[in-house]
Design a binder for this molecule. Structure first.
Ligand SMILES: [Zn+2]
Ligand SMILES: [Zn+2]
Length: 184
C-alpha cells in the first residue's frame, strides 16, 4: 500500500477505541504534538457523542511521576455535557500498538496500577473550566501493512504508535494537548 493509500485508509477507519463516538476525521489542528521520528501518518478525529453533542468532560487520573512531574494518565473517559453519557476513550493497557500487537509490556503509567494515581477531571490550563471539544490524534508507522500478522489483518487502525487528546476549551477557546501517550 502506498503512503497516500495508507493515509486514505486511516482517515476512513477510526480505531476501535473511539468507535462508540460519531468521530469525524478532520485536518491537523495548528498545535505542536509529540511523536516518533520518520514518515508516520497522523489522523485527527473530532469526537461527537451519539446524542450529537460535541462538548465533554474528560475523566482520567492525576499522577506525580518521579523525575518527571504531574501527568494526566489513562483510563480516559469522555462524559457528554448534554446527555451525561460516559464513554471509555482510551486505556493505554488495552489500546495501541504494544497492547494489541505485542501484548505488552506497556511503558506508560496507568491510573489503576500506579501508587498515588488519583481520579481527576481535566481542566483548562488557562481558565480552569472543565468542558472541552475533544480531538483525538493517532500516529501510525508507515510499515504497518508491510509485515502482516494473520490475527492483526484488518486491525491496522488499532496499531497506533502514539496518541494525543487535544481539547478546545468551551469557555475560553484555548486549545491544548490534554493527554499524550507513546504506545509503541
Ligand atoms: Zn451526549
Ligand atoms: Zn479555558
Amino acid at each position: 500500500m502506498t503512503f497516500d493509500e495508507q493515509v486514505a485508509y486511516y482517515e476512513t477507519h477510526p480505531p476501535k477505541c473511539i468507535e462508540q463516538f460519531q468521530a469525524v476525521a478532520i485536518p491537523a489542528p495548528d498545535i505542536p504534538i509529540d511523536g516518533h521520528a520518520g514518515d508516520n501518518i497522523n489522523t485527527f478525529w473530532l469526537l461527537r457523542c451519539s446524542c450529537g453533542n460535541e462538548s465533554f468532560f474528560l475523566h482520567g487520573y492525576d499522577y506525580y511521576a518521579p523525575n518527571y512531574g504531574m501527568v494526566f494518565i489513562s483510563p480516559l473517559h469522555a462524559q457528554c455535557t448534554s446527555c451525561n453519557g460516559k464513554t471509555l476513550l482510551l486505556d493505554t493497557d488495552k489500546h495501541g500498538y504494544d497492547p494489541v500487537a505485542v501484548g505488552g509490556p506497556v511503558s506508560t503509567y496507568h491510573g489503576l496500577t500506579e501508587d498515588g494515581a488519583a481520579p481527576a477531571l481535566c481542566n483548562c490550563n488557562r481558565c480552569r473550566a472543565e468542558k472541552f471539544q475533544l480531538t483525538v490524534r493517532f500516529e501510525f508507522s508507515s510499515d504497518n501493512f508491510d509485515y502482516p500478522i494473520d490475527e492483526l489483518i484488518g486491525r491496522e487502525a488499532d496499531l497506533f504508535s502514539w496518541t494525543s487528546v487535544i481539547g478546545s476549551c468551551d469557555t475560553c477557546g484555548f486549545e491544548d494537548v490534554l493527554a499524550e501517550f507513546e504506545c509503541a
